[in-house]
Design a protein around this ligand. Structure first.
Ligand SMILES: [Zn+2]
Length: 704
């Protein structure tokens, strides 16, 4: 998942925030807004951040950007590419710098003080963006450049940029009546507040509910899960107890291994009730309002629904094409769930416990079936997956594919003592910096993600690209290596794939840089990168036992490979049910939706198996309600997955995962071009044809 980028920043808060700010506030704002200094062409001043300064910094950055925009809009010279579309690429840079640091603080170092500031800042930012996107003089100039693009002798990248800018303005409603524009701006502002509340409610439910256990309650849990629970309890001031946190990384291993069915049910119910407890942190009313506002906004913009508006500039283009792909896969996934449940039920019956498989039993019995059928106990795998070694492995693979070398550096400030930084070079030339923030902590949101701290470009002069990866691994006991699950290892390679997309970028204009591509295409490079963890080259060198240093045995790898299609019914169905509900919520144009009833009814219509929930139930669906981000866009993972499996087969066809010629084709046509080329054309240039869904279906073991 990615965080929003600071497009052209923004503000209708004009009157309030343009009031002169005092000298102290100015000095505070300067730290966050000024160009970064220090080594590597400047690095974020993480050592000088004070939360209280975000207000003044945002106000200053927004005021500065409005000034920059006005200068372009009111330029007496006739519009040209350089004085309009090109010039826009140099605006909002102060805001970009504030945004980088603000996103890190809100996402990984959140505090009550910061949450108060967020509530004030987010609506202002939304309004600011609208002021720019609704600037008529500016739009007229962009439109003139766009319409003259063929006659003006522009490069293909410049033509693409002119289209991207023009399209962003049109999609935001540049051609609307003044009344409609005002209403869209008001909606955006209201939505920004609702998104923040949604997020904060979810974070509260993840933080506030902790299950404390005694030693006697831990039956079935492997040692590393016990250690992590003990550590979490210590951090919560309850040494000697064991804490199961209300996060995915705490819940998942507990449900997989705990023999205590009563506790599994408790943990399951708590986790899947986040945002849905009918209390002060309940998200249902907010969601209803979000959906209503999105539907109204889409109509104002001339689209039948929010989904139609969202997909218009995606690779899929229409909700129909996205639904068609999802419904092509759905019946196979559900059929596989029924098979998986039948196998688990047979095993449970044999054990004689009179258990009817319930959602809190799925992971537990699936693990037992896996152990039995494949003689594969995932706990046997974990001692070979040391966080630090896997990181070396993904660096090594990136070296083989893209020629990158990684070297740790300690001469840059970091936002938290856990964060480490690597210098990235190619052929001795500095390319970028990679920040890695691996561990869970209070105030950090769950999951894993990539951020671009400074996107690649050459337009404003050569800069060092700065990217980061973030995860929520549970920090082990001091001195002990952190062991991660196979799935977490895959996630590491995934997020690193986003980082590689950013680091490989070789474009001129920042708006078209690296990961700033269509949202159903952005997961393609990241999901593709997942394929290199299971390669023997990585496993033999880097999947080393934490005690013996021996590489993971070939037989064990073979078992993992054979077990790969195992539990894909669960995996695909929990994902796809979320993606389908997302699309249906945003296709429902009557826009008066009771989220709880809607989810229940639509899942029933789809034939959702009773034995598992959606991966993200509606009241917890951060991808679609914490911002417009992945709204009507959660299908993107499947869309991209079809691409990544089809693309990886190109390596297999050519002779292996490290084939130099295919890697070069990948780099030249996809990894380095960012959004300078239409995604469908990028893909065709790499593969020689359009993507085919069959590689995806084969990978899951579904009929093709
Ligand atoms: Zn991703």
């Amino acid at each position: 998942m990615q965080r929003r980028t600071f497009l052209a920043a923004s503000s209708a808060m004009a009157a309030a925030s343009l009031a002169p700010i005092g000298a102290r506030a100015q000095a505070a704002a300067d730290i966050l807004t000024r160009p970064w200094t220090g080594p590597y062409g400047g690095v974020p001043p993480f050592d000088r951040v004070k939360v209280a300064d975000f207000r003044a910094a945002w106000d200053a950055a927004m005021a500065q950007e409005l000034g920059e925009i006005d200068a372009i809009a009111n330029n007496p010279a006739p519009p040209t590419f350089d004085n309009t579309v090109g010039a826009l690429e140099r605006t909002g840079e102060a805001g970009d710098r504030v945004d980088t640091i603000y996103n890190i603080w809100t996402g990984t170092l959140s505090t009550p003080e910061l949450r108060t500031i967020e509530k004030e800042v987010e609506p202002k930012l939304a309004a600011h963006r609208d002021v720019i996107l609704q600037n008529e003089k500016l739009f007229k100039r962009i439109e003139a450049v766009y319409e003259a693009r063929d006659a003006a002798g522009l490069t293909p990248e410049q033509k693409r940029l002119a289209w991207v800018r023009w399209n962003a303005f049109v999609r935001a409603g540049a051609k609307l009546s003044p009344e409609a524009k005002a209403r869209v701006a008001a909606i955006n502002k209201e939505l920004a507040g609702l998104f923040t509340t949604f997020n904060q409610n979810l974070l509260a439910d993840e933080t506030d509910y902790v299950l404390y256990l005694e030693e006697k309650d831990l039956a079935g849990l492997p040692q590393d899960v016990r250690d992590a629970a003990a550590q979490a309890a210590r951090e919560h001031g309850k040494p000697g107890q064991f804490a199961i946190l209300n996060t995915r990384s705490s819940m998942d291993p507990f449900l997989t291994y705990s023999d205590r069915r009563d506790l599994r049910e408790k943990v399951w119910r708590t986790f899947y009730s986040r945002g849905d407890n009918g209390d002060a942190h309940d998200n249902n009313a907010g969601i209803k309002q979000i959906l209503k506002l999105r539907a109204e906004r889409a109509k104002l913009r001339g689209y039948p629904t929010h989904a139609h508006w969202r997909l218009d500039d995606a690779m899929a283009k229409t909700p129909d094409r996205a639904m068609e792909l999802m419904m092509r896969v759905w019946p196979s996934a559900v059929a596989r769930v029924h098979q998986e449940v039948a196998e688990m039920q047979a095993l449970a019956d044999k054990e004689g416990g009179k258990v009817k498989i319930a959602p809190w039993d799925y992971r537990y019995y699936a693990e037992k079936v896996r152990a039995q059928r494949y003689a594969l106990d995932m706990n046997e795998v974990k001692p070979y997956l040391q966080l630090d070694k896997l990181r070396e492995g993904m660096h090594w693979a990136a070296g083989q594919l893209y020629g990158f070398e990684f070297a740790p550096v300690s001469d840059v400030p970091v936002q938290h003592p856990d964060v480490r930084v690597w210098k990235v070079t190619r052929g001795g030339q500095l390319v970028g910096l990679w920040y890695f923030d691996p561990y869970a902590r209070t105030g950090k949101r769950s999951g894993a993600w990539m951020n671009a701290y400074r996107a690649q470009q050459t337009y404003a002069g050569k800069i060092t690209t700065i990217v980061s990866n973030n995860a929520n691994f549970v920090k082990g006991a001091p001195g002990q290596p952190v062991l991660v699950s196979w799935d977490d290892g895959i996630t590491m390679f995934h997020e690193f794939g986003h980082a590689l997309h950013g680091l490989n970028s070789e474009v001129t204009y920042p708006t078209l840089s690296g990961t700033r591509v269509a949202r159903d295409y952005v997961e393609f490079p990241s999901q593709l990168n997942e394929h290199w963890l299971p390669t023997p080259q990585v496993l033999n060198r880097f999947a080393l036992h934490y005690q013996t240093g021996k590489p993971i045995p070939a037989e064990l790898v073979d078992k993992i490979r054979k077990a790969h299609t195992f539990r894909q019914g669960f995996n695909v169905t929990e994902y796809l049910s979320s993606a389908l509900i997302d699309m249906k919520l945003h296709l429902a144009s009557d826009a008066d939706i009771d989220p709880r009833a809607f989810e229940k009814d639509e899942l029933a219509k789809l034939g959702m198996p009773a034995e598992l929930p959606m991966r993200h139930r509606t009241p917890q669906f951060q991808h679609i309600f914490a911002s417009d981000g992945y709204s009507a866009g959660y299908y993107s993972y499947l869309w991209s997955e079809v691409l990544d499996h089809d693309a990886f087969e190109a390596f297999a066809e050519a002779g292996g995962p490290y084939d130099k010629a295919v890697a070069k084709r990948l780099h030249d046509n996809i990894m380095k071009v960012g959004n300078t080329v239409d995604p469908a054309i990028q893909y065709r240039a790499f593969r020689g044809r359009d993507p085919d869904v069959k590689a995806y279906l084969r990978d899951k073991g579904f009929p093709t």
